[in-house]
Every structure is written in structure tokens, then in C-alpha cells.
Design a protein. Sequence first.
Length: 92
Amino acid sequence: MQEGKWLPVHYHVEFYEGRDADHPVYSMQSSMPLFSFAVGDKIDSQNWGPNNNLPTNKLYQIVQVTHLLWTIEDSHLSHKVLVDMTVVDRNK
């Protein structure tokens, strides 16, 4: 990348249950930064659509967050956040 040349950034977030890196349970893409994630955060997946198989009395809890960054030369930058989660009881 040439100095002074600003490239657009593509943002991606992928959510995984139990470190199954080949099969995210949900993903999002945006041209603007999405939001931050931290270990211990809880995620209610009830609005993730018909493919959400989590029982209503369960939530996901984040156990690891990994950031991947790369450049497609003269095109764009990419930032992907991999969010590893485990299933916990909703009332804990």
C-alpha cells in the first residue's frame, strides 16, 4: 500500500460455538465498524433467524476473541473478528 493512499475497510464478524472454525453459527459484514466484543460478554441469539437452534433458556458467552487483518492491494483492508462462544444458562 502506498503511503497516503486511503483504502476502504471491510468489517466481518463470525460467531462460533465450541471453536468449530469451519462452521460459524452466525456472521455479519459491514462497511463501518460493528462493535467490540470481550471475553465474558453474553449474547442473546434469539433474533438470529430460523437457523438458530439454541433453546430459549440458553445464551452464548464469549470465551475468546481473535482479530484477523489483511490488505487486498489497491482495493481494500479487511478486519475480521472471530468470536468463540460457549452455551450457558440464561439465568446465570
